[in-house]
Design a protein around this ligand. Structure first.
Ligand code: SF4
Length: 283
């Protein structure tokens, strides 16, 4: 497999000193029971897991299923990392949306409920988080106490690795990675995540319409149970979906079911897609 990399990433050589320091970090902080290693099928956690193996440290790798994981990621994990423990959530995202509302940048409940739920108290959780990923992550340190669950320590051995470091490592050691990177994906994470880039979310909806339709149906159940977005006069699941996708703003004409379907099926939709949206036909 060959990722479509920018020229500067292809030419970049692996920084051996950084690699050695990272292996040493992994050995130095190793708890007697081993790390609880968070695996997501992306390039960073794939790198981290490989480094833990190279360092010879004890760990168990866990993949907390969110229900928004691209099928290509699950396939990659099952194929190349069969030792990773897949952890299905006790309650699905679709069951939780009527309770918590749509996950948004300001109300990011799904990470806590679905992604960060399983490490036991006392665990040192090794994560492939890097400072280069975002301004927020740039504030993270090598080892810190989890502010949500103080009984857990979060360990970030590759915090100072750049994208170029990651790809140089993957290339040099010929490490298999998820096929989505070859299609130009920069980040492999939850589909339609509110933190994804604006143009990625509609692209995800169009590629995985069943996931988008599940959101519409979950929004329908939410609106049947309680009002949402009263100041925006949101009354229909299609309207809520378009707002959540940042395709409708206050003052715009109220979006219709067709507007939502046009977003999910940009190449045209059928009457059966209308029925699927309402849950009359299950995908
Ligand atoms: S959708 Fe985004 S915010 Fe929600 S669990 Fe996935 S990564 Fe976290």
């Amino acid at each position: 497999m060959k990722a479509k990399l920018q020229p500067q990433l292809i030419e970049y050589k692996l920084d051996r000193r950084k690699l050695d320091i990272t292996l040493e970090r992994l050995r130095m902080y190793q708890p007697p029971e081993g790390y609880w290693l968070g695996f997501s099928g992306g390039k960073d956690s794939t790198t981290l897991k490989t480094l833990a193996q190279m360092a010879g440290v004890k760990f168990t790798a866990h993949f907390n299923i969110t229900g928004l994981d691209p099928p290509e990621v699950i396939k990659f994990t099952k194929t190349y990392h069969p030792d990773v423990i897949l952890e299905p959530p006790p309650r699905t995202l679709w069951e939780l949306i009527p309770k918590w509302g749509p996950p948004t940048r300001l109300h990011r409940w799904c990470c806590q409920e679905l992604k960060e739920r399983t490490p036991p108290n006392g665990a040192i959780v090794a994560l492939g988080i890097r400072a280069a990923e975002s301004r927020r992550r740039a504030t993270y340190t090598l080892l810190e106490r989890c502010y949500r669950r103080p009984g857990i320590a979060r360990f970030h051995p590759i915090i100072d690795w750049t994208d170029a470091d990651i790809w140089a490592f993957i290339r040099e050691y010929n490490i298999p990675y998820c096929s989505l990177y070859d299609e130009g994906w920069v980040r492999v994470s939850c589909l339609m995540c509110p933190f994804a880039r604006l143009k990625e979310r509609p692209a995800h909806a169009a590629r995985y319409p069943n996931v988008a339709l599940q959101f519409v149906r979950a929004f329908d159940r939410l609106l049947q149970q309680r009002p949402f977005g009263q100041s925006y006069h949101i009354k229909t699941p299609a309207h809520l979906f378009m707002w959540w996708m940042e395709k409708w703003h206050k003052g715009d004409p109220i979006p219709t079911e067709d507007d939502a379907l046009n977003l999910i099926f940009p190449n045209g939709h059928t009457p059966a897609d209308h029925e699927r949206m309402k849950g009359h036909i299950h995908p």
